[in-house]
Design a protein around this ligand. Sequence first.
Ligand SMILES: [Zn+2]
Length: 116
Amino acid sequence: MNQKDLNMFRELLLEKKENLLKEVHKNRENRNNYHYKEVGDTADVAADSYEKEFMFELTDKEQRLLNTIEVALHKIESKTYGICEECKGKITIDRLKAVPFTSLCVECQAKKEATK
Ligand SMILES: [Zn+2]
């Protein structure tokens, strides 16, 4: 893959990462606003702070997606981006454009999904 394409995918990935983090912050704020309104009784303080801490954690899904994006960004730096982790073949540009953080080519992804 040439440098121009790598740069384009880096931009795409950074944008996805930013959107994800924004989304996480937004959801958290909404939840916290809701939460504060519901808080009334001081007897629940211990449970509340536990719950608040819990809310500051990313969900599994968010964490996984973020990791996948980080891995893809790392691959761009190490020039291994766009190579399928299974068969070491090239992942097509069209597929990368649709799913820039994928680590598998279409064939390997299909095989993986078939064995689930
Ligand atoms: Zn493959």
